[in-house]
Design a protein around this ligand. Structure first.
Ligand SMILES: *[C@@H]1O[C@H](CO)[C@@H](O)[C@H](O)[C@H]1NC(C)=O
Ligand SMILES: *[C@@H]1O[C@H](CO)[C@@H](O)[C@H](O)[C@H]1NC(C)=O
Ligand SMILES: *[C@@H]1O[C@H](CO)[C@@H](O)[C@H](O)[C@H]1NC(C)=O
Ligand SMILES: *[C@@H]1O[C@H](CO)[C@@H](O)[C@H](O)[C@H]1NC(C)=O
Ligand SMILES: *[C@@H]1O[C@H](CO)[C@@H](O)[C@H](O)[C@H]1NC(C)=O
Length: 450
């Protein structure tokens, strides 16, 4: 044991003695921690590794004052532990330095009123999610995302019958610099225990092989957000026996699962949907007319699928649509009927972004594009459009990104369109060049024509 004299330790010790002798200091109206709960937290702390000293305030009698600990202000019982790493993984080295690690001590189970537990963005180096977390039945919020947990998600989590929010997102993806631990959920039957409480579920990158996944998730009748990005799901059922259960669902992300399937009709029974993300799902076939039932839809992203046929006017029946991305598919034919439908609300058009790049669309660009009055981004590049660039674009004063490159268009961008310091592409080349000189804008403000 290292017994060298360390000033910081000595100083902490003095404060500790001081607090012991003056227990009321500065906390006259604040809650007071019970000694059993303080001991439980202290034991929990001792099993953790904490290289950057994030838990240095965890000493002294009143654990309600410890950083990251929250107490009920009436009963003084511990209700919240928030140890989310303040340095998110964007800055990997920094995040690593300030990560907690080690073991999670079962002493947590003696916090009988704990409702909020956030251990996210730390580094538990492949630790399995401990079973005893499923015994903290008072939990309403559990966040174990980005913390290098691995192994099977314990079914006992299904005993957390008050849980409203569960985040097990395992991302980010492996990189050269760090190993990637991943979670699996082979069996999803335990979800049924959360069916009357859970509103938010993020299981991005959690490996799933269950054939009945859709049925299992559809038991969650309170669910508002479901994130299943890149879970290795292979089958997309074409029917769902109980779509009514997902009536409250507002966000559904199934991107990067290889379904090789048409767009299933049960999606259109999820009438609360605001955001539907189906990127890189190997979806094939046409866009079904059922979309018109999703009247609250604001974001639809179906980038990089195998969808084909003409772009249907039905998407113009969605009065709140803001972001529409259908890039990287095999859509073909003209877009006049489609754009006419989208633009029928004119000045009231909700559409902010329309991306149709990399398809096989052809013909002239309709003048009705100019009626998409609130558009900020328009990307029609890499298609087979021909004819003149519509001068009606001049009416879209909010436009800041315009990419018409890799088509057979003629003419020029209307002069009225004022791009502040735009990076102008001519004949598919960016005039700003590479590397980006200082005067090129950070914010994407782009005009591209050829
Ligand atoms: C106690 O907490 C409740 C809600 O959490 C809050 O409304 C109230 O103002 C708090 N009371 C004190 C004395 O801090
Ligand atoms: C969980 O924590 C991460 C950061 O560590 C955060 O990005 C995410 O939004 C949190 N999830 C929920 C449901 O609050
Ligand atoms: C859930 O709790 C009950 C009773 O506390 C227990 O019998 C059961 O084994 C638990 N479920 C799981 C999956 O551990
Ligand atoms: C926008 O909506 C209002 C009210 O619904 C309507 O009076 C107005 O004509 C619309 N404007 C355009 C340009 O369509
Ligand atoms: C414009 O579109 C082309 C072709 O799709 C693409 O290569 C280019 O990166 C786009 N430019 C911008 C600035 O988005």
């Amino acid at each position: 044991m290292d017994l060298k004299f360390r000033p910081s330790f000595f100083f902490s010790f003095l404060i500790f003695i001081f607090l012991l002798s003056k227990p009321d200091l500065g906390s006259a109206s604040n809650p007071k921690c019970t000694s059993t709960e303080r001991q439980a937290l202290f034991t929990f702390k001792q099993s953790l590794t904490d290289p950057s000293g994030r838990l240095s305030s965890w000493f002294g009698p009143d654990c309600c004052n410890w950083r990251g600990v929250g107490c009920d202000n009436r009963t003084s019982r511990v209700i919240k532990i928030d140890l989310r790493n303040p340095n998110q993984l964007v800055h990997f080295d920094e995040s690593k330095r300030s990560s907690l690690g080690g073991k999670i001590n079962p002493s947590l189970t003696s916090l009988k009123f704990l409702s909020y537990l956030d251990l996210s963005s730390n580094d538990f180096n492949g630790l399995e999610i401990p079973e005893f977390i499923g015994h903290i039945v008072s939990l309403t919020y559990l966040n174990l995302s980005f913390s290098s947990f691995s192994g099977e998600v314990p079914a006992v989590l299904g005993n957390l019958s008050k849980l409203e929010s569960l985040d097990l997102n395992t991302g980010p993806e492996p990189s050269l610099y760090h190993p990637w631990f991943y979670l699996r959920a082979s069996n999803l039957g335990w979800l049924s225990g959360l069916s009357s409480s859970l509103t938010y579920l993020d299981m991005r990158h959690v490996g799933m092989s269950s054939e009945t996944w859709l049925q299992d998730f559809s038991r969650l009748s309170k669910l508002k957000e479901l994130h299943l990005h890149k879970c290795g799901l292979g089958n997309l059922p074409l029917s769902l026996s109980s779509p009514a259960n997902l009536k409250l669902l507002e966000v559904l992300d199934l991107s990067e699962n290889s379904f090789s399937s048409p767009i299933p009709n049960w999606l259109f029974d999820l009438t609360s949907l605001k955001k539907l993300l189906l990127k890189q799902c190997e979806l094939e076939g046409l866009i079904p007319s059922g979309f018109k039932k999703l009247q609250l839809l604001e974001t639809l992203d179906m980038t990089h699928n195998l969808l084909s046929g003409e772009l249907p006017p039905v998407l113009g029946d969605l009065p709140r649509l803001k972001y529409l991305t259908l890039s990287g598919n095999s859509f073909q034919g003209q877009i006049h009927r489609f754009v006419d439908a989208l633009s029928r609300y004119k000045g009231n058009s909700s559409l902010l972004s329309l991306r149709l790049y990399s398809n096989r669309l052809e013909g002239t660009l309709p003048e009705s594009l100019g009626a998409l009055r609130n558009l900020e981004t328009l990307d029609l590049s890499s298609n087979k459009f021909s004819g003149a660039i519509p001068q009606s674009l001049a009416a879209i004063s909010s436009l800041h990104t315009l990419n018409l490159s890799y088509n057979k268009l003629e003419g020029s961008i209307p002069k009225q369109l004022k791009f502040e310091d735009p990076s102008i592409y001519v004949g598919n080349e960016l005039l700003c060049g590479k590397p980006l000189p200082k005067k090129c804008p950070r914010k994407q403000q782009t005009v591209v024509v050829n």
